[in-house]
Ligand binder design. Structure first.
Ligand code: GRF
Length: 206
């Protein structure tokens, strides 16, 4: 039974596009049934609409509070009957009511090698600036299940990239993004094929 995938985004949606491409290519045994963005101008919404995927802007401001905002997200995920939630460049911290409703069914992509350079405030260019400031020689991307702590759930996949002399946050971000676009679709493919086993913190490919 093909899995129903909901994707949450905040920005350009290149990770969403990688998922759409993998579904279109038949690599992922699933269908993207909903895209939610917390920014009305998020290009991710345009990408979804181009493929006829229901895409909605959910406003935290209109919701009035973090709690109400996440209640709306949870209600929309349930209405879409989502089996899997993917955080693809989604910046807000997901409410615990959503995390609890979808335990081991929420996958996040982080643009660093967790547990390095992650946690509150570590998103987008902040991550790559911290990597360069520290003088790290490799970086990369991580997919992981989402739990109630930030960037903390069981690691699914990681892939490294070199940090090169003269790198800027932008050149490093671009190199990391290429591996994000590899490991996120592969992680979702494995989930949809029911090939991910969870044993405490350990995630095994079955
Ligand atoms: C990028 O910084 C990416 O590393 C992170 O979210 C940001 C936007 O990604 N995952 P996307 O292009 O919106 O998928």
């Amino acid at each position: 039974m093909s899995k129903r995938i909901a994707v949450l985004c905040s920005g350009g949606g290149t990770n969403l596009q990688a998922l759409i491409d993998a579904v279109e290519a038949g690599t992922i045994d699933g269908q993207i049934v909903l895209v939610l963005a917390n920014a009305s101008k998020a290009f991710a919404l345009e990408r979804a609409k181009k493929y006829g995927i229901p895409a909605e802007f959910v406003s935290k401001k209109q919701a009035g509070s973090d709690e109400a905002f996440n209640d709306i997200i949870l209600q929309k995920l349930k209405a879409a009957d989502a089996d899997l939630v993917v955080l693809a460049g989604y910046l807000p911290i997901l409410g615990r009511q959503v995390v609890r409703a979808y335990e081991h069914r929420i996958i996040n992509i982080h643009p660093a090698l967790i547990p390095a350079f992650c946690g509150p405030g570590m998103y987008g260019h902040h991550v790559h600036e911290a990597v360069l400031a520290y003088g790290a020689k490799i970086s990369g991307a991580t997919t992981h299940f989402v739990d109630e702590q930030v960037d903390h759930g069981g690691v699914i996949m990681q892939k490294s990239v070199p940090v090169l002399e003269g790198d800027t946050p932008e050149t490093l971000a671009a190199r990391v993004l290429t591996v994000e676009h590899e490991i996120l679709p592969e992680s979702v493919r494995l989930f949809c094929a029911e090939k991910l086993g969870v044993d405490g913190r350990q995630v095994h490919v079955l």
